[in-house]
Design a protein. Structure first.
Length: 68
């Protein structure tokens, strides 16, 4: 189960600290947080894009995320 105390921003920051600097997909984020639902992962990543932490390229399942 994901740590319920972590906010969306905290999860994204934790992932980015330990993830390689290359592009990643939602499935990579879900692998890092095994108990996280797909919907929550999607919301986390969308919020990170809006906050300017990530850039999204592509659509739907083929979307990849890159650090800004």
């Amino acid at each position: 189960m994901p740590d319920p105390v972590l906010s969306s921003e905290e999860r994204v920051e934790r992932f980015l600290r330990q993830a390689p600097s290359r592009a990643f997909r939602r499935k990579d984020y879900l692998t890092f947080f095994p108990g996280l639902s797909t919907a929550t992962a999607t919301r986390d990543l969308a919020q990170a894009v809006q906050a300017g932490l990530l850039e999204r390229k592509g659509e739907k399942r083929r979307a990849s995320y890159h650090r800004n």
